[in-house]
Design a protein around this ligand. Sequence first.
Ligand SMILES: [Zn+2]
Ligand SMILES: [Zn+2]
Length: 112
Amino acid sequence: MSGPDKPQEPPSLYEEVTAIGYAEAFANACTAVPNRRGVVLMGTCPRCGHAMEYPLVTQVFQNTTLPGSHALPAPGEEHPLLCTCLEAHPERPPGEEGCGAYWNIQLTRSSS
Ligand SMILES: [Zn+2]
Ligand SMILES: [Zn+2]
């Protein structure tokens, strides 16, 4: 799969980092695709720039009622996201995926 195009930068080393601006950069570019269990956020990792997708299982939360607890997440609740790109990043531990970048997004639930 090696083409004539040289990558502009070598792949980033796997590193568990976050930064201000990751969430906003991701949110600005991502698309939320509903599926049976919730939504899949499809976008681009703000750190490594690779395509990634991240499933959010919102239906479980909505259908789960724990006695004596607030069952539903509040609108705007933060969800942790991490890079799940399929590209290789040096020094990535076995079983991990992506480049290690992580950030929180706020889910705003559409009224239904
Ligand atoms: Zn990547
Ligand atoms: Zn990444």
